[in-house]
Design a protein around this ligand. Structure first.
Ligand code: 6PG
Length: 471
C-alpha cells in the first residue's frame, strides 16, 4: 500500500480539521487517535477521500508513513505531549520529524526539541491559529524547529495555510526550537488585549452612554469597514445582533459575565515580567479576566460602592468617533507591546525573528487577523530594527491625532465609573513611553536612602551614594 506523506496524531476537533485540510490538498494522510471513536467520527467526515488512511494501533500508524516520517501531534498541551512522544519514540527512526501543533508552552518546546535532537528526531513546535474553521479552511501557521527539516514541511504547510489577498501563504518558518510556539503565545497575548479593548468600548457605549445592544453592533459593523477592520471587530458586530431564542434577550445579556482562559495570555504576561519588557495591556487583560470571574464579589461590591455618573456625555457621533480613535490607538500600542516582547525574546534566544513576516502571517487565518497588520509589516520593512511600533511613520501621526479623543474617553471612563482597564492602561503606557523625564529619579533616591542601593547621575558617569540622613 502507498505510504502516507504525513500522519496526524489526535483526532479531536482541531486534529480532524487539520487532517481534512491536508487531505483536501491532495496529500496522503494517516490518522490515529487513542480512542477509536474519534477516528471513526473523522472517517465519516472524510468519506470518499482515498488519500486518508485510518490507523488503529501505533505500530500500524508508524508503519503507514513514508520516510522520513512526519507526524503532526494535535493533542492537549502539557504532560500529554510528553506522554505521546514517549509512546511514539520506540517506533521512530533517526531523521523522523515530529510536529507539535498544539498551544504548548515555548519553554517545553525548547526542552523537547533538545531532548529529541539528542535522539536524532527533529522536533517542531508549531503555533496554529484560527480555531476549528481556520484549521480546516486555512489557518495561520507558525512553525519553529530545525531549519533543514523544514524543507520537508514547507510546501505542505504553505498549501494548508490561509492566504493574504495577494496569495501569500500565512505560514513561514519562524526560527529554531521554541520560536514558533513563542510567536503563537505572543499572538494570543495580543488576542487577549484586542478582545479586552473591544469589550471595554462596548461597555462604555452600553453603560456609560446607555446605547442599545443592536445599536452598538451597528457601530462595530461600521468600524469593520474602516481601519479597524478585523476578525474580532467583525464577530463582535455579529454577536451583538444575536438574540437568545428562549428569552428574546440579546445573547450578550444572557451569557454569564465571567471570563474563561486557558493560560496563553498569562504566559505572555509572565514572559514580559521575566524578560523585562513592559506589556501592561496584555497583563491588564489577563487581570480583567480574573476580575470578571469574581462575579459574586462584584455583585456585592456594587451595592457597597454605588456611583452616579458625573460624566457629561458628548453627542453620539462624537462619542463613537472618540471611541474609534481610542480603540485604534490602543490597538497600535498593544501590538507595539507584543512586537517589543518578540524583539527581546529574539535577542535573548538568538532566533533572528523577522517581524514584518510575522505580521503578515497574522494577516489572515488567525484570530487577530486584521487589515492594519499590513501597515505593521510595511513599518518593519521600512525599518527592521524599529524600537517600538508607535514610532513608525505609519502609526505616529494617527497616535498624535488620537490623543485628545483617547484622553476624553479615559475621563469618561473615570467620571462615569465604567471600568476600562486596558484602554486606560494603554494610555498610560503611551504617556509613560513619551515622557522624557519620569519620576524614577525620586524612586532611585528612595532606594538609595533606605537601602544604599546607589544611583547613577544624569550629568556624569559613575555610581553614587548619598548619606541622606546627614542632611
Ligand atoms: C487561536 C486561539 C486559540 C485559543 C483560543 C482560546 O489562535 O486559534 O488563540 O489558540 O485556544 O483563543 O484561548 P483562551 O481560552 O485562553 O481565551
Amino acid at each position: 500500500m502507498e505510504k502516507a506523506y504525513i500522519g496526524v496524531f489526535g483526532m479531536g476537533v482541531m486534529g480532524q480539521s487539520l487532517a481534512l485540510n491536508i487531505a483536501n490538498h491532495g496529500y496522503a494522510v494517516a490518522v490515529y487517535n487513542k480512542d477509536r471513536e474519534n477516528t471513526e467520527a473523522f472517517l465519516k467526515k472524510a468519506a470518499g477521500r482515498e488519500n486518508v488512511t485510518p490507523c488503529w494501533t501505533l505500530e500500524e500508524f508508524a508503519a503507514s508513513l513514508e520516510a522520513p516520517r512526519k507526524i503532526l501531534l494535535m493533542v492537549t498541551a502539557g504532560k500529554v505531549v510528553d506522554l505521546v512522544i514517549q509512546s511514539l519514540l520506540p517506533l521512530l527512526d533517526r531523521g523522523d520529524i515530529v510536529i507539535d501543533a498544539g498551544n504548548s508552552y515555548y519553554a517545553d518546546t525548547r526542552r523537547r526539541e533538545r531532548e529529541l535532537r539528542e535522539r536524532g528526531i527533529r522536533f517542531f513546535g508549531m503555533g496554529v491559529s484560527g480555531g476549528e474553521r481556520g484549521a480546516l479552511e486555512g489557518p495561520s501557521m507558525m512553525p519553529g524547529g530545525d531549519p533543514e527539516a523544514y524543507g520537508y514541511l514547507k510546501e505542505l504547510f504553505e498549501d494548508m495555510a490561509a492566504k493574504t489577498p495577494d496569495g501569500t501563504p500565512c505560514c513561514a518558518y519562524i526560527g529554531p526550537d521554541g520560536a514558533g510556539h513563542y510567536v503563537k503565545m505572543v499572538h494570543n497575548g495580543i488576542e487577549y488585549a484586542d478582545i479586552q479593548l473591544i469589550c471595554e468600548c462596548y461597555q462604555l457605549m452600553r453603560f456609560a452612554a446607555g446605547m442599545e445592544v443592536e445599536e452598538i453592533g451597528a457601530v462595530f459593523e461600521e468600524w469593520n469597514r474602516g481601519r479597524l477592520q478585523s476578525y474580532l471587530v467583525e464577530i463582535t458586530a455579529k454577536i451583538l445582533g444575536v438574540r437568545d431564542p428562549e428569552t428574546g434577550r440579546p445573547m450578550v445579556d444572557v451569557i454569564l459575565d465571567a471570563a474563561g482562559q486557558k493560560g496563553t495570555g498569562k504566559w505572555t504576561s509572565m514572559e514580559g515580567l521575566d524578560i523585562g519588557v513592559p506589556i501592561p495591556t496584555i497583563a491588564e487583560s489577563v487581570f480583567a479576566r480574573y476580575l470578571s470571574a469574581l462575579k459574586e464579589e462584584r455583585v456585592a461590591a456594587a451595592k457597597v460602592f454605588p456611583w452616579q455618573s458625573r460624566a457629561a456625555l458628548p453627542d453620539r457621533e462624537t462619542l463613537v468617533s472618540q471611541l474609534e480613535e481610542s480603540l485604534y490607538a490602543a490597538k497600535v500600542c498593544c501590538y507595539a507591546q507584543g512586537f517589543a516582547l518578540l524583539r527581546a525574546a529574539s535577542e535573548q534566544y538568538g532566533w533572528g525573528l523577522r517581524y514584518g513576516e510575522i505580521a503578515l502571517l497574522w494577516r489572515e487565518g488567525c484570530i487577530i487577523r486584521a487589515r492594519f497588520l499590513e501597515d505593521i509589516a510595511a513599518a518593519f520593512r521600512a525599518q527592521s530594527d524599529l524600537p517600538n511600533l508607535m514610532l513608525a511613520d505609519a502609526f505616529a501621526p494617527a497616535l498624535r491625532q488620537a490623543q485628545a479623543a483617547w484622553r476624553s474617553i479615559a475621563a469618561l471612563s473615570a467620571l462615569s465609573g465604567t471600568a476600562a482597564p486596558a484602554l486606560l492602561s494603554t494610555l498610560n503606557y503611551f504617556d509613560s513611553y513619551r515622557t522624557a523625564v519620569c519620576p524614577a529619579s525620586l524612586l532611585q533616591a528612595q532606594r538609595d536612602f533606605f537601602g544604599a542601593h546607589t544611583y547613577r547621575r544624569s550629568d556624569r558617569e559613575g555610581v553614587f551614594h548619598t548619606h541622606w540622613e546627614s542632611y
